[in-house]
Design a protein around this ligand. Sequence first.
Ligand SMILES: C/C=C/C(=O)SCCNC(=O)CCNC(=O)[C@H](O)C(C)(C)COP(=O)(O)OP(=O)(O)OC[C@H]1O[C@@H](n2cnc3c(N)ncnc32)[C@H](O)[C@@H]1OP(=O)(O)O
Length: 687
Amino acid sequence: MLGRTTVEVRADGVAVVTINNPPLNLLSVDVILSLKESIEGALIRDDVKAIVVTGSRGKFSAGFDVTAFGGSQGKKTKMELGFMSIQIVTDTLEAARKPFVAAIEGPAFGGGLEIALACHARISTSSAQLGLTELQYGILPGLGGTQRLPRLVGLSKALEMILMSKRVEGKEARTLSLVDAIAPADKLLELACQWALDIVECRRPWMISLYRTDKLETLAEARAILNSARLEVQRQNPNVVHPLVCIDVIGQGIVSGPRKALWKEAEALQELRQSSTCRSLVHVFFAQRQIIKIPVISKMNLLPRKIVKVAVVGGGLMSSEIATMLILSNYQVILKETNKKHLIDAISRVKENLQNRVKNGRATQEGLEKSLSLLEGVLDYDKFKDVDLVIEAESESLSLKQEIFSNLEKCCPLHCIFTSNISTFSVKLVGERTKSQHRIAGIHFFCLSPVMPLMEIVHTECTSPQVIVDLIDFGRKMRKTPIMVLKSFGMQVGPFRMLDVVGLQVFVVISKKFVESLPDRSYKSQLIPSLQQDNRKGERSGKGFYNYDNCGKASPDPKLSRYMKTARDASNVTFIDSELTKLSDSEIVEMILFPALNEACRMISDGVVIRSSDLDVASVLGMGFPAYRGGIIYWSDSFGSTYICSRLEKWSKEYGVFFRPCDYIMERSAKSISLQTSETRQAKSQL
Ligand SMILES: C/C=C/C(=O)SCCNC(=O)CCNC(=O)[C@H](O)C(C)(C)COP(=O)(O)OP(=O)(O)OC[C@H]1O[C@@H](n2cnc3c(N)ncnc32)[C@H](O)[C@@H]1OP(=O)(O)O
């Protein structure tokens, strides 16, 4: 049997049922059946007055093993999830004649939390992690979570948590009334047992979550909340159905009662878990976990060293963003500039970032003060004596970066890691004037770092494995969230809007380098420099491809056609290709993304990445490729290598070598095989 539960009956008459499927106590049909058996055993014993459900080794349960989802490719479950939800969780556990209390430490996600929601009370540690994260996998909470969460925390909050797969810590869960009390880890079980006995003795209420109504809004309010949630979901993610299905199931519970809605929930889960969206999202979940595994380094069993203090060198916009992100992750930060005014400006930007979080309810004033206390601005290297990591984020000047690195070598401790938030220079070149190549790497936070989920780590053959392990751990400790491209395809902003967000100046500098070093593979835009020269620098300047109002709202600018004409003249284009004006939406998507796919394939064959799924993660987190399509290489399977190759060949004949398919695509196309590879290789330069 894979995973099980154990039962221990204490002298005070409380049976402790422990989910035991280490390391994360994942759920499976076996575990749920074992839970049923343990519960039924405890219920018939005369010496058992109450039951506490918990997880082994400080982890309640990270939910269902998601390999069970994803349709034909997923492992088959022996039993319908609906049966487990209704017959076991609802009719055996929640309807029991003895009270159940959940003792929650560590993760309680998805089905794990849903079991806790069916208990008659919940006690957690303050750092426990709770969330109904199912939508992240293209499914919906399927053990009654769609019905119980709204009844415990109110409809608005429940929708926010479910639709965003939001995870909350124990202390926030307490504020939301999702848990009834907080206890330190070493007192958790004791308090949970006492609570259960208090329910038996009627000193505390026996609450059945499924039938509570005290937290629910009125019917009219609920309808309005559900309607606005539907509109928001359609606006944000028009190409997927599972959030709408989930809202309907929640709505059904409010209108027709929770019991009926449990059946609807079970049916919806059965259907959604076979969808291609679910398959793609499960692929992305596992690909994300694979990306940090480097075979050679994993074998060394190195433990990450602790990083406490981080220095950020450079006071520009990017440095302020990085500093903000670091203090929000509780690192002590030194922000270094050479010029006092620039330093004051940089710190003001950090304060502004934090204030914005307070304004939109993502942080408190107290939290803001605490974060700011971690930040210190400096004009020299005196305070670098005890830093563990330096992130250089200066402007794109090689000599400046090299000078900074040689200063760092003189001023920082020997264990300190030096990184450059590089865009175009090779890491090795940046560290050329030092003897510290072993502790030098690149980390790329992209733009607007607090909202970008991807931290790219670039190492050289000299970077030590320990430094790589430290940086991977550092990245994992700074959980981040996404930004996007190509609207109807599923990206949240289109390519031109994205360029405006990044800033056209950045694009001009970077594309110049690409055109110089990879002329056949780079597109030389005449349009962007002409916009930039006319002070249209992107969103921050109020104008770019779009016009922006004071609130940052973008609107199309008819004047753009004037710049397009100038760009055509500069490129000696004398006529507009009528074929290009008739392209369908899907052809436009192909014309934009197949060249990106071509580049991604070059990265596979050049050994820049270890496996193709790393590029799926990079595309989802770094360029906003829609996760429900599984990432750029996974998505390519929906066309097949032969089709992709033929399209690129056709365009390369018509529009030039930029579109020419790379050898990897041609080889795979000749053999009619997928562009995906599970092959594991040692990456040459980039993790
Ligand atoms: C109807 C009900 C549906 C559901 O219940 S859907 C599932 C809901 N659950 C979740 O969304 C939780 C997903 N997991 C996580 O977020 C993280 O994990 C944790 C925060 C729980 C732990 O994080 P960390 O300590 O960093 O470990 P790690 O590297 O993420 O995971 C360790 C190994 O466990 C595998 N794993 C984690 N969760 C699941 C899962 N839910 N199903 C299948 N495998 C899972 C990973 O892949 C990895 O495996 P490897 O060591 O081979 O790389």
